[in-house]
Each structure stands twice: as structure tokens, then as C-alpha cells.
Write a protein that binds this ligand. Structure first.
Ligand code: TXA
Ligand code: MG
Length: 325
């Protein structure tokens, strides 16, 4: 059931649902989350069951403010710098977990992911939940395991149906998930790029970030193929896309194209969406476009590789994982 997330009564009702150990989907500035009270392992188990997510994949715990973060994890000096600079906002820190806290959400790991979202509806829900005795809300993206993340309430209903309570907060502004910075090790590592660039994160840290590939041991759940449409997605350099269209032709029933320019080989009637020139706009619409093209029932989605440059890291990461199946 979809309700207005800007209505304080609906938010209070949703907080009561969370307090009772049931699930609520809610908007954040990145993507929509599927939440359960983080201090209740049985409630968290319902997330894994509904998503079809393997239980070894830890969830991020969302908090109303940094004060609640300490209930779940110990902010290291590096984590403090990220939190000071960017919370509330689209960055998750991985820190040492408080023993016994949010066991199921953290998948039993010694570390935990913490995030304080900036979206007003997410914030209102977390504050109302705190008042109802819920110290934090474990929430992965509100999609079935491995599928495209939802950036609107309608996407969440497409994933899980009308049974689930969904707070509608409009389209997610940023459109791709939070950057994840692992602050639990000696050298901080960027486990997942987001809209906040590596440069900005490194400036706040005062230290270089290792890439996910250098981060070891690897975080479970960060490297598998993901964001998978039903159609086969191919990511191609500009020249290869042109050639492929010229040589293979384009059948409107089979193919959709997402590219910055309209290549000459695109036949009329082929579903084409133009990738925005600015990375923030591309991130904002990415998952909605993939979902739309996929729902058109094509077999193939050909995507032009984004331009080089760190500001495209988040979009490039999501596209290459969508292509990895
Ligand atoms: O923007 C976001 O972060 C969204 C919204 C809802 O807040 N949430 C989200 O959650 O993307 P999810 O579950 O789809 O992705 C969580 C990622 C996974 O890749 C998981 O492996 C990683 O966070 N993660 C969580 N806890 C971790 C930990 N202790 N160590 C390493 N990685 C962790
Ligand atoms: Mg996800």
C-alpha cells in the first residue's frame, strides 16, 4: 500500500509498523529502502526473505543522527571525518560493530554499515521510529535480490506488490546508492562509488582511498552481478555501438539503445533513450531508464559507455554490474 510520506500521520503509522517488527519501504535521497528495526533479528529476517537475499549479505543500518550510530558501531577517527563532512547524506561508513548489536543486519560480521540519510521523509521516519523505541532501521534497496534498484514508490510496488507499506516521497533525487567507505581497516577503502566523488571523500578523510579491488577481505555482496534487467545489457564504447548497429541492424522488437548521441544505425521505431551529458542527471534517471527499457520487453539493451572521469564512477559501476550477467 502506497501512502503519502509527507503526511506526518502516515509517517507515525509507518514508525509503529516498524516498531511492531514489520517491514516498511521508504524513500531516501539515493534509492528507496526496504526497512526493518535493526535491533530485532526476526524483523530483519523478513527483509532477507522478501528480497530473496542470501543471509550472508550484510545490510546498512540507517539512523536519525550520529548519536544513534554509537548504539551499533564505534566511529573511528576516519569515520568521524566522513560523518562530519557528509551526514546526513549519501555516504555509508563501515565501522567496528558493537558486539551483539544488529547481529542479523550485519550478517554476523565484526563490522557494520551505518548511514544517516538526508531525505526529509527518511529523516522523519527515523525520528518517529526512534520515539517509538527503534534505535535504527536496517534497509537494503527495496528490490528483489540482484534486480534494478527502485527510485520511486511505483518501482517498489512493481517489485513487491501492494501488500507492502510504501511511504511515497517522490522520485529519489540522486538515483544511485550511497558511496560506501570502509573505515574499519587501517587504510580506508571505497567499496562502492556513489554520487559523492572519490576526490571529495578523500579531501574529507585527508587520506587516499583504496579501491574495492584492493580492499580485502572483500565485502560480501559488493561484487556480484547486480542491477540486472531481464534483457541482456551490453556496455559498449561509442565506436563499437555504431558498428554493431550498422552491422547487426536494429530490430525495434528486440533492441533498445541508451546512448549520449543517436547513432546513425538506429532504425526508426527503435526505443532510444538519450543519456544525459551530466553525470548527476545520468545517475538520477539511470535505474528508471533501465526499468522502462526492460519493461518494454526487448531482448537486448545496448548502452554506450559513459565518458571517462571520476565523476562518472558511480554510473559506470552500476552499468558494468548490470552488464555482468
Ligand atoms: O543508498 C543506499 O545505501 C541504499 C539506501 C536504501 O540507503 N541502501 C543500499 O543497501 O544500497 P544495499 O543492501 O542494497 O547495499 C548494501 C551494501 C552491500 O553491498 C553490502 O555488502 C554492503 O553495503 N555492506 C553492508 N554492511 C557491510 C559491512 N559490514 N562490510 C562491508 N560491506 C557492507
Ligand atoms: Mg541493493
Amino acid at each position: 500500500m502506497r501512502v503519502d510520506g509527507r503526511d506526518a500521520d502516515e509517517v507515525a503509522r509507518a514508525a509503529a509498523v516498524l516498531a511492531s517488527g514489520e517491514l516498511v519501504a521508504f524513500p531516501t535521497e539515493t534509492v528507496y529502502g526496504l526497512g526493518a528495526r535493526a535491533d530485532d533479528d526476526a524483523a530483519v529476517a523478513k527483509i532477507f526473505a522478501l528480497k530473496g537475499r542470501p543471509t550472508g549479505h550484510p545490510l546498512i543500518v540507517h539512523v536519525a543522527s550520529r548519536d544513534e550510530a554509537g548504539r551499533f558501531g564505534t566511529l573511528s577517527p576516519l569515520a568521524e571525518r566522513i560523518v562530519d563532512a557528509f551526514w546526513p547524506g549519501p555516504v555509508t561508513v563501515i565501522v567496528r560493530r558493537v558486539p551483539g548489536a544488529a547481529e542479523a543486519a550485519a550478517a554476523g560480521l565484526a563490522t557494520i554499515g551505518l548511514r544517516c540519510p538526508a531525505h526529509p521523509v527518511a529523516h522523519a521516519l527515523l525520528v518517529a521510529a526512534r520515539e517509538a523505541g527503534v534505535p535504527g532501521v536496517a534497509a537494503p534497496s527495496a528490490n528483489r535480490f540482484g534486480r534494478i534498484s527502485p527510485t520511486s514508490a511505483a518501482h517498489v510496488i512493481e517489485e513487491f506488490g501492494e501488500e507492502l507499506l510504501v511511504l511515497d516521497g517522490g522520485p529519489a533525487q540522486l538515483g544511485i546508492e550511497s558511496a560506501i567507505v570502509d573505515c574499519s581497516r587501517e587504510r580506508p577503502a571505497l567499496l562502492r562509488p556513489g554520487v559523492l566523488t572519490r576526490e571529495r571523500l578523500e579531501a574529507a578523510l585527508g587520506a587516499p582511498l583504496a579501491g574495492a579491488d584492493l580492499a580485502s577481505p572483500r565485502a560480501p555482496g559488493t561484487l556480484e552481478s547486480h542491477y540486472a534487467p531481464r534483457a541482456r545489457l551490453r556496455l559498449m564504447p561509442t565506436g563499437m555501438l555504431k558498428t554493431a548497429l550498422e552491422v547487426l541492424g536494429s530490430d525495434p522488437l528486440k533492441l533498445a539503445v541508451y546512448s549520449r548521441s543517436v547513432p546513425s544505425g538506429v532504425a526508426t521505431g527503435v526505443r532510444h533513450r538519450r543519456m544525459p551529458a551530466r553525470p548527476e542527471q545520468a545517475a538520477h534517471e539511470l535505474f528508471a531508464v533501465l526499468r522502462e527499457l526492460d519493461n518494454a520487453g526487448v531482448h537486448l539493451i545496448w548502452v554506450e559507455e559513459p565518458p571517462p572521469g571520476p565523476e562518472w564512477d558511480g554510473v559506470r559501476d552500476r552499468l558494468s554490474r548490470a552488464a555482468a550477467t
